[in-house]
Design a protein around this ligand. Sequence first.
Ligand code: MG
Length: 310
Amino acid sequence: MPALPTLLDNKNIKEFLKSFDYVLTDCDGVLWCTDTVIGQANDALNQLRALGKKIFYITNNSTKSRNEIVAKCERLSFIANKEEIVCSSYVTALYLKQQNFKRKVYIMGASGIARELEDVGIAHYGAEPEPLVGDVYDLKNTMTLEPDVGAVVVGLDPYFSFPRVMRASSYLKDPDCIFIATNTDERFPINKNDLIMPGAGACVKCVETVVQRPPVIMGKPSETMFSLISDKHQLNPSRTLMIGDRCNTDILFGKNCGLHTLVVLSGITKMEDLESWAASTDEDKHKLLADYYLPELGDFIPLLKNEKCQ
Ligand SMILES: [Mg+2]
């Protein structure tokens, strides 16, 4: 049976801190839950920075642009600058730029994608509501497509509607039209026990089901995000720590890229999940087991205090 992640404590913290120079941290479920800081996550991350660790905020969230995430970090007292933000909307824009994409993008997602495409000079439309008006069967007579759309980007779509799925799918009928998913997270962490908020993966699967071909995925666990920042900042994977709350994205991403991994139990993953993966005979489940765990990021603070005293 594979080992469960090791709890970080006063005994192993020194060796742990010596093992990395770079920290890639997920945001939702690790640093904050919607608009509230999780415990003392801000102090903990700022203290890791003060110890000389280089921090990157690496999030599958495509609803916001990098500027909007910097503003959120500042509002919630996390030190951050635009260069340190790697979100799936930004990675999408860079990917299309690298492909020398010159046509127009249809966005079935939020305005964060639009802002990042604008930043690299790519034309787009679609990040706005298109509700169903009248009978669904009338859409075949009323819907018109724009002529120069060469890519469809699907993310967490706050305007999700039947006409938007039909529009995205219709563009993708052309096999040369690039199908991009910002990420495939099943659900979005919210602090409400009785409710589940669908993630971008729900919107992606919907279109994928219609068009019957898979998208190119930008977010974790795809290695696209890491290759981007690694090229830009010369990160050494063996000196890099990935912190996350969702194991099939964050921790699998860390494993795929050869990083050290730390799971916090303040978001999607619970201790019962770790125990069931360790007990499973499915080897894919074992890849979800991080090297270390903490109940939440703020639990670093007493450990770092001890570290500084030694
Ligand atoms: Mg998360």
